[in-house]
Design a protein around this ligand. Sequence first.
Ligand SMILES: Nc1ncnc2c1ncn2[C@@H]1O[C@H](COP(=O)(O)OP(=O)(O)OP(=O)(O)O)[C@@H](O)[C@H]1O
Ligand SMILES: [Mg+2]
Length: 280
Amino acid sequence: MIRIQDVTFYYNEPDEASGHAGLRPALSKVSLDIQPGEFVALLGRNGSGKSSLSRLLNGIELPTEGTVTVDGRRTAEPHEVQEIRRAVQIVFQNPENQQVGLTVGEDIAFGLSNIGWPQQEIRSRIAWALQLVGLEADEERPVTRLSGGEKQKLALASVLALAPRYLILDEATSMLDPVARRRFVETLHEVRQRVPFTLIYITHHLEEVMGADRWVLFREGRIITSGPPSELQKDTQLLHDCGLELPYYYKLAELLRRSGIPTPATLSEQELRGLLCRSS
Ligand SMILES: Nc1ncnc2c1ncn2[C@@H]1O[C@H](COP(=O)(O)OP(=O)(O)OP(=O)(O)O)[C@@H](O)[C@H]1O
Ligand SMILES: [Mg+2]
């Protein structure tokens, strides 16, 4: 599991005379445990500290105070960093920032070679990763010819090839149009059915995380609460304070309920559509 204990984090180096006096930390006194296999959503306004936390989880950044451990390994221990970076992979917003190969296949091969994957097994690993995300026919395609959604699926395949135990998606869908976004999220969950990993999902779109095990709400560098979506979604004031809005279908179901039309308490968009079709 990942254990974040009492973490405070400043980007700026402390001033010799005054330390960090007068500066606001990117994270303040953050504690959080993430269990193996969990699907956790990190939510909050711009600048609330979500990406900073994700960079602390794989040791790109180190806590100013407190500790981060991944399966018992402390990120602040230099000899643990290599193993931690392998266990915790991140897919970022802009796929172009993480694509290094000219072709789809080369892009996946690069990461595998880097971690010393046996050379004779690389081709079969590339094929395995591409079929997971539905790009099996695209191995020879130049990366520049892929659509935005395909590029993000390639980014996903490239990190999955490395067999991470923890996968962080930091606004991985934010550059995609709604259709590509939905397809990407569907692919992600299909993959999770086949290959188990812990999913840490950062987004401003609640519809992508209605099925999460837990929401963690950030405000100004602090975790203000966490809990199952079914509980937190009832507190509209809290969501509003964190800059979050429930999906339209959820609000529509609420309106139906209030107008006396029997509507189950938890309902997916698909189920609501079915309900409306049956009642029209
Ligand atoms: N590289 C950096 N150097 C200095 N300060 C930074 C850096 N990156 C982020 N910050 C600051 O740290 C704080 C937390 O930012 P962070 O990027 O973690 O927020 P976020 O929740 O991911 O926001 P967003 O939703 O916009 O991605 C903000 O005050 C931000 O300005
Ligand atoms: Mg961010």
